[in-house]
Write a protein that binds this ligand. Structure first.
Ligand code: 13P
Length: 287
């Protein structure tokens, strides 16, 4: 059964650990993440961007696949199915399709408009018992064609959005989607600290989890981050393992071309990456 992310994140914030959001792209991705969460007895959030939703034939296909998989694999740890960086319309579609959590990313709107739209979704999500993530200060880098400037959020604007009754808040603190450039200045802990001072118990979300050094992750958790998004790192692990299989000519040996064999090393690589992140975030055994 899918659950809202509210309870798992409230517990994470109080227990000073973070729950990972791992983005999914297909059946193998989803299965790898769900099985790892079960093996590690960890809560987990499956992230779906609008582009990935389209790729998987729509949000209903995704929601039905995830629900069936939880059932048939006997997954008992808390799992939230979450729209990542949703538009207002995308959020509505995911709610109708059966997602248990949505993100409305209004960070590119003027703050008044972000507040207005977020407020409307708070009402809908509260009524249905779904969790809602909002964003202030766009996250840098490119994700699914959406390019953010990588700002540091204004802590006062964060408080205004947090006070609307959302479940969790994503705030730009110098983080970037994708690989970090050589000259990256690192996370702005002063900004994070100021945001947490003003937003209190609100679980904070760190996007762009790929490539952030372990010490920065731990410091971010100590300053109120309770959800960390990881996408690119699973893609890199999957691609590397698949390339190795093909470069070693394994697809040419026997039935090595069978997709169930061809995709197996990539599947195992995703599992290893997810396990490593769950250990780093401290969510192992917290289901
Ligand atoms: P990365 O691709 O950098 O891990 O970022 C993931 C993310 O923040 C999804 O919203």
């Amino acid at each position: 059964m899918l659950v809202s992310a509210k309870e798992m994140l409230t517990k994470a914030k109080a227990g000073k650990y973070a729950v990972g959001q791992f983005n999914i792209n297909n059946l193998e991705w989803t299965k790898a993440i769900l099985l790892t969460a079960q093996e590690q007895n960890s809560p987990v959030i499956l992230g779906v961007s609008e582009g990935a939703g389209k790729y998987m034939c729509g949000f209903k296909t995704v929601a039905d696949m995830v629900k069936a998989m939880i059932d048939e694999l006997g997954i008992t740890v808390p799992v939230a199915l979450h729209l990542d960086h949703g538009s207002y319309e995308g959020a509505k579609k995911c709610i109708a399709a059966g997602f248990s959590s949505v993100m409305f990313d209004g960070s590119h709107y003027p703050i008044e408009e972000n507040i207005e739209k977020t407020k409307e979704l708070v009402a809908t999500c509260n009524e249905l018992g779904l969790s809602l993530e909002a964003e202030v200060g766009s996250i840098g880098g490119e994700e699914d064609g959406v390019v953010g400037a990588g700002e540091c959020a204004d802590p006062n604007e964060c408080k205004m959005i947090a006070d609307l009754g959302i479940t969790m808040l994503a705030a730009g603190i110098g983080n970037i989607h994708g690989k970090y450039p050589e000259n990256w200045a690192g996370l702005s802990f002063d900004t994070l600290d100021a945001i947490q001072q003003l937003t209190g118990d609100m679980p904070l979300v760190l996007h762009g989890g790929t490539g952030i050094p372990a010490d920065m992750i731990q410091k971010a958790i100590s300053l109120g981050v309770s959800k960390i998004n990881v996408n690119t790192e699973c893609q890199l692990s999957f691609a590397e393992a698949t390339r190795k299989y093909i470069e070693e000519g394994k697809d040419l040996q026997g039935k090595g071309f069978d997709p169930r064999k061809l995709l197996a090393p990539g599947f195992e690589a995703i599992k290893a990456t997810v396990k490593e992140k769950m250990e780093l975030f401290g969510s192992v055994g917290k289901a």
